[in-house]
Design a binder for this molecule. Structure first.
Ligand SMILES: [Zn+2]
Length: 421
């Protein structure tokens, strides 16, 4: 079966070219001019990119499928143009044994609309100091390790975990958070926290743990990846560490570059996430970090919750917002339309960069013989983000109502259409 995507603006090897993309079965057969096939997808005036790669999503399955499940989470990913995602292991049970990991990987394959890579935990239930058998987890299908949602509280545990991860050639993706400094805060420390009279989180909860971990990473040589960096000092620490040759990478979440705490209109749980929205100074530093390569990639931290968990008071609400459906269009509109980022830069941060950093084969690139994972976006037409269009069970995002460019037209996974506008 052959399909050709005709006349699109194609993102390939860091450049935008006008070309056709020929798909044969599940692979890309050719990229070039005047390619022919029986089935034609007209992509005139549309952007054709490798399927986006998101190394940070939460699918709540098993354990909390009222919030999201593998099917709906991956449908939301496809709706946003993502074709490969990394699922965090904070589900119930945590996949901390080879059997649980194998089961998780199988479920992801059977129910997923996109390719789902599975994280194993750094410690057994993400809060203990017991380190699981990484070698066995890797053999069972874990692609990396993370305790996302929790920081590893003791240096000794992180040190041992890093040594073991390094020995097994596994990346540790860290949610950097010192609980003794976090102190049950719900909003960034600063004027907005005072104005709304809400418990503040100091940036030190994030930065002190990053500083500690960078020293441990230097000693162990492990590939230490930092999830959702949110402060100016976090970026500065990573910049220094990279200059010293420490094996570190990091991601930024769309909301931390799109919004700041000053954008929080009132005590509204749709603006509650962890790390919290930071200051304008932090936002500016994150953008500089993205431009100079200190920040390696963008990842959504798609964190769906039920409506009742995100209403009422920020003190009681769950942390996190959805991100799969809104990431590309909101980022394109805010940063590319305004000239802050080139389109090629944004696409690199969402395709080839995550693939490169996590050493993922078969995603992030459009080239002959690659898996036919492709997203097509409409950059011309302005649309409004509406709850009814989300495919996630979660609608907990502050971006609903935003007018954006960059709506997904179509998403293909292994040559099959999995989403169509
Ligand atoms: Zn996290």
């Amino acid at each position: 079966m052959k399909t050709v995507i005709k006349n699109g603006t194609v993102y390939q090897n860091g450049r935008l070219i006008n070309a056709d993309v020929l798909i044969e079965d599940n692979k890309i057969a050719a990229i070039g001019q005047n390619l022919k096939a029986d089935k034609v997808i007209n992509a005139k005036d549309k952007l054709v990119t490798p399927g986006l790669v998101d190394v940070h999503v939460h699918y709540r399955d098993p354990g909390q499928t009222y919030k999201e499940d593998i099917r709906t989470g991956s449908m939301a990913a496809a709706c946003g143009g993502f074709t490969t995602v990394g699922a965090m292991p904070n589900v119930t049970p945590v996949p901390n044994t080879p059997d649980l990991m194998k089961k998780m990987v199988k479920e992801n394959q059977e129910k997923g609309m996109v390719h789902i890579l599975q994280y194993g935990p750094v410690t057994n239930d993400e809060t203990t100091d017991i380190i699981p058998d990484y070698k066995a987890l890797k053999k069972a299908g874990a692609f990396a390790l993370s305790n996302d949602g929790h920081g590893v509280q003791t240096a000794q545990t992180m040190y041992l975990a890093m040594k073991k991860a390094q020995a097994n050639d596994l990346i540790i993706a860290a949610h950097a958070q010192d609980d003794s400094l976090f102190n049950h805060g719900v909003i960034n420390e600063g004027e907005k926290a005072e104005e709304l009279d809400l418990p503040p989180v100091t940036e030190l909860a994030e930065t002190t743990q990053i500083a500690r971990d960078l020293l441990l990473a230097q000693k162990t040589g492990v590939h230490y990846h930092i999830c959702h960096v949110s402060t100016a000092m976090s970026v500065e620490l990573v910049r220094m560490a990279k200059a010293r040759g420490i094996n570190v990478s990091c991601e930024v979440a769309p909301h931390h570059i799109l919004l700041t705490d000053s954008d929080i209109p009132k005590n509204d749980p749709y603006y509650k996430m962890n790390p919290p929205l930071r200051s304008k100074k932090d936002q500016a530093a994150l953008i500089v970090g993205m431009l100079d390569g200190t920040i390696d990639l963008i990842a959504t931290d798609h964190a769906p919750h039920a409506r009742k968990e995100k209403t009422g008071d920020m003190r009681d609400a769950a942390f996190g917002i959805t991100g799969s459906e809104t990431a590309f269009s909101t980022l394109y509109t805010k940063f590319v339309k305004t000239g802050v980022l080139k389109l090629e830069q944004l696409l690199s941060l969402m395709t080839d960069q995550p693939a490169k950093v996590f050493n993922l084969k078969n995603c992030g690139y459009l080239e002959p013989d690659a898996e036919a994972d492709i997203a097509i976006f409409d950059l011309e037409q302005e649309t409004e983000l509406k709850e009814k269009d989300y495919l996630s069970k979660g609608v907990n995002t502050p971006f609903t109502g935003n007018k954006v460019f960059g709506e997904t037209v179509m998403t293909l996974v292994s040559g099959k259409v999995v989403y169509e506008r």
